[in-house]
Design a protein around this ligand. Structure first.
Ligand SMILES: [Mg+2]
Length: 275
């Protein structure tokens, strides 16, 4: 569910430019320079894009607008339509936890993550609440399939109650028990007789298991092109610059490697011209 540090190239560049002590000269740059490559710097840009940019809000609103536009048509085809949403970075904005990591120089840890979850103070991802109430008004069943641990259900529901979100019944939540792969939980929804007409998430594993480990970056990208017609229809995708399976592919899903090795692998995957 929640991994540590993530960022795309353009945000990486933005983070570098935001740090006055980091003077980047290609001629002087060292491959393992902590100034330009450490995970906290990497995370800083990702969080700033989420918290400060109007573009992040616009992307979220765009996703939920598309979802609302297609939902009546998709749900009309079924007698028992359901919509499935992920929670973290789909309904709940956890960027304050990542900001805390940066400001305190801490990596992600299950202990501090649980403290954040227990605060039950996450704001909603832009557009999520409006969409959820719209789906509720259409009579759809809403399932929240999240890789938050089952022990985190009470504070998660408290947080969502504060936000006034609909269908906050325990049976509407399918949290993580053993595996992060959500395929079985989606199948459990279908086994209850529901037709899942729309899947909404920030990580493509929220939509299909083909995007999960051990899929490589190239395989995931190939799958995205094969699924092209589903995006903006039954597959709705939210932006997440902070973390995701995509970053795990860079490290061959090996969480045990050092920060320096992560840095090396990030750089190794950059595609750049010779100038
Ligand atoms: Mg998520």
């Amino acid at each position: 569910m929640y991994c540590s540090t993530r960022l795309s190239l353009f945000l990486f560049t933005a983070a570098v430019s935001a740090l006055p002590s980091c003077t980047i000269s290609p001629a002087e740059e060292k491959p393992d320079s902590p100034c330009i490559c450490d995970s906290q710097t990497y995370l800083t840009g990702a969080v700033l894009f989420t918290q400060e940019s109007a573009e992040y809000k616009a992307l979220c609103l765009q996703a939920y607008n598309a979802a609302a536009a297609r939902l009546p048509e998709l749900s009309a085809k079924s007698e028992r339509p359901a919509v499935v949403l992920d929670l973290d970075e789909t309904v709940l904005d956890n960027s304050p936890y990542s900001a805390w990591q940066v400001l305190n120089g801490k990596p992600y840890s299950p202990e501090t993550w649980v403290r954040w979850v227990q605060e039950a103070s996450a704001e909603e991802v832009p557009g999520a609440g409006g969409f959820l109430h719209f789906a509720d008004s259409l009579g759809l069943r809403i399932f929240y399939i999240s890789n938050r641990d089952t022990s985190q259900l009470p504070p998660t529901m408290t947080n969502m109650e504060k936000l006034g979100l609909p269908q906050l019944r325990q049976e509407n939540f399918l949290l993580k028990t053993e595996t992060s792969d959500k395929t079985e939980r989606r199948n459990a929804v279908r086994a209850e007789g529901y037709d899942i007409v729309m899947l909404i998430g920030d990580n493509l594993g929220d939509h299909s298991g083909r995007y999960d480990k051990p899929a490589t970056s190239a395989e995931r990208s190939q799958s995205a092109f094969e699924d092209a017609e589903k995006f903006g229809a039954e597959y709705i995708v939210l932006p997440n610059t902070i973390y995701g399976t995509w970053e795990g592919t860079l490290y061959n899903y090996d969480r045990s490697i050092s920060d320096a090795e992560r840095c090396r692998l990030r750089r190794e995957h950059l595609a750049a011209p010779e100038l």
